[in-house]
Design a protein around this ligand. Structure first.
Ligand code: SOE
Length: 385
């Protein structure tokens, strides 16, 4: 078996989800490569050592540059705060290594464009980790749409709601809370949560051409973990935007970290002339489908028994599910990363690049940047995506 030797940077939440995926890859997917966890990198030697012990890496480094010169590493996996994505990805590409990067790709379009140029010039395999595409029910929604079951699309509706920053006592910055500091994260819910919704939306319904947005900061000042002083909050706590898709449909997107009771409420609905699909991450194994026109007969199927169908996406004919258990049994959040890594490896083996690659993630970045700018300027903007 060939080896895929991994150097992963960042010991946080995403470092764990990616490491788990590499460890499980060969248990579930018949790929030609064996994932070998070579090195973890974190500025904290204690954290790195703990990670080595917990996840089975061979060694820990404290300076990511060491991974670039290491001859025993094929793939750099970037799981650090957003501000560091660009520099690491550029170095990895220059060293001829494959690159996987957590979302959002960069702090802004300029950074994302540099990353695209770097991996394309180097000709290295690359992927942005938008894991929700790999929820089997969402992949099935893509199949349903591509099969032409929705017909002419009219409406796309996405929500991504959380509630963990409502308390004024939550500080900003530092290890766990870098997502609340624009210097580390680039933006707030727009890059962190809506980037997922935008990636899914453009995958399912095509490019978003224009947006108009409203953002809000509810808690204006927070203690900064790095300085120990109260500082203005610079990220968007909430963001809502209207979108026009290139295919003529229109969309609404809403995201906040102030939706009391909502922990990771990620939903979307697409309504077309011939049918609709709906997904809710709180019931991740279901895709809801409303069939108005039957594809085979071309006839309207509405009757006194017509209704939304809740498809339990756990059969072996459903995306990814043949790799897991028996029909009717479920997989979870962590498997979305495993499915993504498996697709990445298949991309290397077949020569058909996996999606979303960096170029695709650049399109999402364009929409995010346009959303933030639109909220600032209070007007509709072309996204260029
Ligand atoms: C934020 O709370 C977060 O961890 C995001 O950064 C992830 O991308 C999202 O999937 C879950 O929520």
């Amino acid at each position: 078996m060939k080896e895929l030797r991994v150097g992963l940077i960042g010991c946080g939440f995403m470092g764990r989800t990616h490491s788990n995926a590499y460890r499980r890859l060969n248990n579930f997917f018949p790929v030609e490569h064996r994932a070998v966890l070579k090195a973890i990198c974190d500025v904290s030697p204690e954290k790195g050592q703990k990670f080595v012990e917990t996840w089975g890496y061979e060694r820990a480094e404290t300076d990511w540059h060491a991974l670039m010169t290491a001859t025993d590493i094929d793939l750099i996996d970037i799981c650090v705060p957003n501000f560091a994505h660009r520099e690491i990805a550029l170095a990895a590409a220059a060293a001829g290594k494959m690159v996987i990067c957590e979302k959002p790709l960069a702090m802004d379009v300029a950074g994302a464009q540099e990353m695209v140029d770097a991996v394309e010039t180097a000709g290295v395999a690359n992927m942005a980790m938008f894991n929700y595409r790999r929820v089997p029910a969402i992949t099935l929604a893509k199949q349903v749409i591509d099969e032409g079951r929705i017909g002419r699309p009219f409406h796309y509706r996405a929500t991504y709601l959380q509630d963990w920053t409502i308390s004024t006592d939550v500080p900003q910055g530092g290890d766990a809370l870098w997502r609340l500091d624009a210097k580390s994260a680039g933006s707030g819910v727009t890059g962190d949560l809506l980037a997922h919704s935008i990636d899914t939306a453009m995958w399912l319904n095509g490019p978003i051409s224009r947006v108009t947005a409203k953002t809000e900061i509810f808690v204006k000042e927070r203690l900064h973990a790095a300085t120990g002083t109260m500082q203005p909050v610079t990220i968007d706590d909430a963001c809502m935007f209207l979108a026009e898709f290139a295919n003529g449909s229109i969309g609404t997107f809403e995201s906040t970290r102030y939706a009391r009771g909502r922990k990771n409420f990620n939903t979307f609905e697409l309504n077309g002339a011939d049918g609709s699909v709906y997904f809710d991450l709180e019931e991740p194994e279901y895709l809801q489908y409303f069939e108005y026109k039957n594809m085979q007969t071309g006839k309207k199927v509405e009757s006194h028994l017509t209704g939304w169908r809740k498809v339990h996406v756990t059969n072996s004919e459903h995306p990814y599910m043949s790799h897991y258990w028996v029909p009717g049994t479920c997989i979870g959040y962590e498997h979305t990363f495993l499915n993504a890594i498996a697709d990445f490896v298949k991309g290397i083996e077949t020569g058909v690049p996996v999606q979303p690659d960096f170029r695709c993630a650049l399109q999402t970045q364009k929409v995010c940047d346009a959303v933030i700018q639109s909220a600032r300027e209070g007007r509709w903007l072309e996204t260029g995506a």
